[in-house]
Design a protein around this ligand. Structure first.
Ligand code: BT5
Length: 258
């Protein structure tokens, strides 16, 4: 695979694509490329990651030939800069829309941004920003999607149950074509960032809505409650056991269904 073969599949000029058979983390390569002047909507892909990252220092496992590991570089507009926290749910929403329209699946988004099928994780997203002298140079949206059975790590490596797309479609998925569809859906949805229709589309797919969950803020005792939805700014709204609505920001909490 190379950038010129991927160019028509992804709908991007080949100068905006880097493909690596093996790398540590595509997010690292994308952050480096961003600092060297990569354009808005440039992408780094790898077949195998040896040091894939999750959030809060966790690991993401990408096995060769069976998954998507990609990092999309964005240079947010002035308006988008006020809504950076919404880019990861935007990426999740775009994937849900592709899975619904192309494969008739019913994916859900585990707040803030994991994509689940039958309550098992099939996609993880890690957004990182690059700041130069106090100014935002851009952001990188890292997305890992489990496609074929080999991509699913053994249960002992997981904090939450995992699955892959082909376990639910029953047919083989062309992974680069799927990535192209995701890019298209992402760009179609991008102008909706922060608008009411974006929040509605996200909330309509929210996993564990109106169900009991445990929220574990880093360094604080867990909070039990029922998921009420998401706020316009992306915070999770939880009705606690006293009936009060509490808002949680992504990044410093874990969510577990009861
Ligand atoms: C995430 O973190 O889910 C973000 C994953 C982002 C991965 C992409 S791949 C391309 C780009 N380059 C990178 O280096 N990263 C991005 P988090 O919510 O913290 O979940 C991490 C947890 O998911 C781990 O602790 C495991 O329990 C679990 N996990 C690891 N690999 C998995 C996999 N392939 N499928 C499902 N779960 C996995």
């Amino acid at each position: 695979m190379d950038a010129s073969t991927l160019s028509p599949i992804l709908g991007l000029p080949y100068e905006a694509i880097q493909y690596h058979p093996t790398t540590g983390s595509t997010n690292d390569l994308a952050l480096a490329w961003l600092e060297k002047g990569a354009p808005d909507i440039a992408i780094v892909l790898a077949d195998l990651q040896t040091a894939g990252r999750g959030r809060l220092g966790r690991k993401w496992i990408t096995r060769p030939g069976s998954a998507i590991a990609a990092s999309l570089i964005l240079r947010p507009t002035a308006e988008e800069r006020g809504q950076l926290a919404l880019f990861s749910p935007l990426a999740a929403l775009a994937l849900c829309e592709v899975l619904e329209s192309s494969f008739k699946l019913a994916p859900q988004i585990k707040w803030p941004n994991d994509v689940l099928l039958d309550e098992r994780k099939t996609c993880g997203i890690l957004v990182e920003a690059s700041w130069i002298g106090g100014n935002l140079a851009g952001i990188v949206i890292g997305i890992g999607i489990n496609i074929a059975a080999d991509s699913v790590p053994p249960a002992e490596d997981l904090l939450f149950p995992a699955t892959c797309l082909e376990a639910h479609t029953g047919s083989i998925i062309e992974r680069f074509a799927l990535l192209g569809s995701w890019l298209e859906a992402f760009q179609r949805r991008r102008p909706d960032l922060g608008r009411p229709e974006f929040r509605r589309a996200w909330q309509n797919r929210l996993a564990f809505l109106e169900r009991g969950v445990k929220i574990i803020p880093t360094g604080s005792p867990p909070v039990f409650g029922t998921i009420e939805g998401v706020a316009d700014n992306g915070n999770l709204l939880l009705r606690d056991q006293q009936g009060q609505i509490q808002a949680f920001q992504a990044g410093d909490v874990h969510l577990r269904p009861l």
